[in-house]
Write a protein that binds this ligand. Structure first.
Ligand code: VG1
Ligand code: CO
Length: 559
């Protein structure tokens, strides 16, 4: 079949600027004439010399508009000189699966169609993210290049007559003008499942889940992309009963829910776990890179603690027995519990800005084995994305090894290292102007170094300011500089207040406030974090004047 590429005239759209993790907008925006095509063209063009003859992986979380976007990408890749696309069946691939496929098949990168934890459906959000050849999210140099191109675009290339059925696995070759183009539709879960079997001791986990005193688990896929992966791994491979996997049918609108695994948006899992029947519960976000872990009676494992516990126990997993543990990292706002594990083991700990793209260089240079973010992201250098299912398998490995409940594991961890109490307050969808005003005020505050040494008292506790800044990061590998990554107010006892604006929303402004405070006294470890952190929360709210400026008396989500 002979096909031809054509050029379609277009003009720039404002704001095609990828945020913390790709470009995210309301579906209606992506449906606009030329909008998706423009961004895809800029993404492909930004590959420069690597584009002609390249192979790319394409897939997404199955949300509304994914299939149309895959169709657009196939036609445009053909016209832009891409040699081959590896596409998930029905356009479905989890974000960690894309990362794995890029690495396994050594492709030049991949395009992921997801707005991750943002709601989907005809009125929800859609998103497009580009990952580079290491399997990780494109660094800022690449996303900036994409954005620059989007401001001057005059045309895009497509191959309108090329059609491909993506609903069954197949391999199809085309001739587009004078070059060859191939589309391979692959099973969405197979490669990923095989890889997990390499990384973990599936026999040990299977014994834990099926033996005489078996651990009952409850995995809630929240109608996101992980459903088929969950069924294959936990039920078919590891022998958990079918009833332990719920909401495993991926839906274009996630069943109307907010596919964000936290205590607010995963209430179904929380209430089931409260019944005390299951020993471990987990949920994932739309694209499968986030995880929430709960113990019996809905005992909440804070993501910052989860990271620290895994850091202390990696040795029980075959992958790390083979590779060794090179170092750890966390995003700046993440609770510092993992730092104590790193110090104890004499291993390096890196602090990077928010967003998984900042971990890639450290992993590629062999300095980083395990990293995470307070936003329910955990992962290792097995791929270059955070990985929700991997995190559950890692936790099950720890439980199989220690033969203790999650609560026992956590309390033993706190006794050894002390406890970092952590909380995050999200104020979603505030008006942009007052949110920006608040950040501007805070910038003024941290710029005035005479504020260092000031004391703030609340609830009988006094905190003395030791360091204030707007966090900046210089990548130790390529020297790239990322400024203004979050306001930090650090007190003399190490307690931290952090403010930043979200870079994943599609409208308005979402304010995130993070509080982290260390408690050495074991007698205090079972306190409720909200009680323990109340004085610091109040200091943060007063200092920022968040309530006065935004009019919000309560956050939308508390973690
Ligand atoms: C949020 C989280 C950040 C995470 C990012 C992408 O970003 O805070 O830690 O890496 O989402 O996660 P922001 O800019 O909104 O705070 V995902 O699972 O939505 O790709
Ligand atoms: Co996600």
């Amino acid at each position: 079949m002979s096909l031809s590429a054509i050029k379609v005239a277009s003009t720039p759209f404002e704001g095609q600027k990828p945020g913390t993790s790709g470009l995210r907008k309301n579906v209606k925006v992506f449906q606009g004439e030329h909008y998706t095509e423009n961004f895809v063209q800029c993404t492909l063009s930004a590959m420069g010399e690597k584009l002609p003859g390249s192979t790319l992986v394409v897939g997404g979380d199955g949300r509304f508009f994914c299939k149309q976007a895959v169709e657009i990408i196939i036609k445009m890749s053909a016209a832009n000189g891409v040699r081959k696309l590896i596409v998930g069946q029905n356009g479905v691939l989890s974000t960690p699966a894309v990362s794995r496929l890029i690495r396994k098949y050594k492709t030049q990168g991949g395009i992921i169609l997801t707005a991750s934890h943002n709601p989907g459906g005809p009125n929800g959000d859609f998103g497009i993210k580009f990952n580079i050849a290491n399997g990780g999210p494109a660094p800022e140099a690449v996303t900036n290049a994409i954005y620059q191109l989007s401001t001057t675009i005059t045309e895009y290339k497509t191959c309108p007559n090329l059609t491909m059925d993506i609903s069954t696995t197949a391999n199809k070759s085309f001739k587009v003008d004078d070059h060859d183009f191939e589309v391979e539709i692959i099973d969405s879960v197979k490669d990923y499942v095989e890889y997990m079997k390499e990384l973990f001791d599936f026999n040990a986990i299977k014994q834990l889940l099926t033996g005489p005193d078996s651990l009952k688990i409850l995995i809630n896929a929240m109608h996101g992309v992980t459903g088929p992966y969950v069924k294959s791994i936990f039920c078919q491979e590891l022998g958990a009963p079918e009833t332990s996997a719920v909401n495993c049918v991926p839906l274009e609108d996630f069943g109307g829910g907010h596919p964000d695994p936290n205590l607010t948006y995963a209430p179904e899992l929380v209430s089931e776990m409260k019944k005390g029947v299951h020993g471990l519960g987990a949920a994932f976000d739309g694209d499968g890179d986030r995880n929430m872990i709960l113990g019996k009676n809905a005992f909440f494992v804070n993501p910052s603690d989860s990271l620290a516990v895994l850091a202390a126990n990696l040795e029980c997993m075959p992958y790390f027995q083979k590779t060794g543990i090179k170092g750890y990292a966390r995003s700046m706002p993440t609770g510092a519990a993992i730092d104590r594990v790193a110090n104890d083991k004499g291993l390096p700990i890196f602090e990077v800005p928010t967003g998984w793209k900042f971990f890639g260089n450290l992993m590629d240079s062999g300095q980083l084995s395990l990293c995470g973010e307070e936003s329910f992201g955990t992962g290792s250098d097995h791929i270059r994305e955070k990985d929700g299912i991997w995190a559950v398998l890692a936790w099950l490995s720890v439980v199989a090894h220690q033969k203790k409940s999650l609560q026992e594991i956590l309390t033993a961890h706190w006794s050894k290292y002390g406890r970092n109490f952590f909380t995050r307050y999200d104020y979603e969808n505030c008006e942009s102007e007052p949110a920006n005003q608040m950040i501007a005020n805070l910038n003024k505050y941290v710029a005035d170094q005479s504020n260092v040494g000031k004391e703030y008292s609340e609830g009988g506790k006094t905190f003395k300011v030791a360091l204030i800044d707007n966090f900046g990061y210089t990548d130790p590998i390529d020297g790239s500089v990322s400024k203004n990554q979050g306001i930090r107010i650090i007190f003399s006892d190490g307690s931290r207040i952090i403010f930043r604006l979200s870079g994943t929303g599609s409208s308005g402004a979402t304010i995130r406030m993070y509080i982290d405070s260390y408690e050495a006294d074991q007698a205090q470890h079972m306190n409720d974090p909200q009680d323990a952190l109340k004085p610091l929360v109040e200091i943060a709210l007063k200092l920022s004047q968040l309530r006065e400026l935004t009019g919000r008396q309560q956050p939308t989500v508390i973690t």
